[in-house]
Design a protein around this ligand. Structure first.
Ligand code: ATP
Length: 273
């Protein structure tokens, strides 16, 4: 099978209402929606539209979802790729793949390019020499910088990247005119967890004893992805028991399973260290 370089969606159905919580982050990306929808409003006064924004935060907090929602709200095509796939799958051709991606996105301008796990490409250069250097990755990174610098004022492509390791990124990425805006996407607090449950419980058949605020209290430290996973686990557990609806105990049992899984993962990591 042919490896896919990037995913291209002409019509994105995700909108801001699918993204629960993240009020501050949504406010910040609203500006990107405006840039994509009415660039003249900004360029008429001589301003230059920013080319990149970096979403920074722990895994599963909705960075991909938020980037998609920007495309959905602006009604523009969404090109996405993951930095780790990129480095693993396209040995020797990373730079030319970046060129292709930007070319296609420019042809469909206005559009969004989303790069998940940008740290896989964008680690500081010259600091990876334990493995004998990594010219391939550096070439890919250099091409990315070249493409972002090369956008003319006639194209309106905004590059959104996501990472949970902003500390390891090459500072060149953050320079003016590149990813000069950083937007923090944090783990949800109690109220935000309620809002996320609200989204993910909606399609489910719930028993009368299920209370959103109680579930939010039982899930400190959960990301949005953990909550989505919990809701699905609870539904499967209730189905396995042949129930007609999902009850509070199904959620609590699933919380135990997920927390147990997280603890195991942490243990394995701490043994390695
Ligand atoms: P990673 O860093 O692991 O790529 P991410 O921050 O990009 O994670 P997403 O892929 O956007 O996280 O989140 C995974 C899923 O978790 C989403 O598709 C959604 O179902 C759920 N989710 C995460 N955050 C939220 C949120 N704020 N509101 C609603 N659903 C959320």
């Amino acid at each position: 099978s042919k490896a896919k370089l990037f995913d291209e969606k002409q019509k994105v159905k995700v909108s801001f209402k699918d993204v629960a919580g993240l009020v501050g982050a949504k406010e910040e990306v609203q500006e990107i929606v405006d840039f994509l929808k009415s660039p003249e409003k900004y360029t008429n006064l001589g301003g230059k539209i920013p080319k990149g924004a970096l979403l920074v935060g722990p895994p599963g907090t909705g960075k991909t979802l938020l980037a998609k929602a920007v495309a959905g709200e602006a009604g523009v095509p969404f090109f996405s790729l993951s930095g780790s796939d990129f480095v693993e799958m396209f040995v020797g051709v990373g730079a030319s793949r970046v060129r292709d991606l930007f070319k296609q996105a420019a042809q469909k301008s206005p559009s969004i390019i989303f790069i998940d796990e940008i740290d896989a490409i964008g680690r500081a250069r010259g600091k990876n020499n334990m493995t004998g250097g990594n010219d391939e990755r550096e070439n890919t990174l250099n091409q990315l910088l070249t493409e972002m610098d090369g956008f003319g004022t006639d194209v309106n492509v905004i590059v959104i990247a996501a990472t949970n390791r902003a500390d390891v990124l090459d500072k060149a990425l953050m320079r003016a005119g590149r990813f000069d805006r950083q937007i923090y996407v944090d783990l949800p607090d109690l109220n935000e967890r309620s809002a996320i449950f609200n989204v993910h419980l909606k399609p489910l058949k719930l028993g009368n004893d299920v209370k959103i605020d109680f579930l939010a209290q039982q899930t400190p430290g959960f990301s949005g992805a953990d909550i989505a996973n919990l809701c699905n686990e609870a539904a499967l557990m209730a189905a396995r028991k042949g129930k007609e609806s999902i009850e509070n105990e199904d959620f609590l049992d699933s919380v135990d399973r997920i927390v147990g899984g997280l603890e195991k993962k942490n243990k394995i990591i701490s043994v390695k260290e």
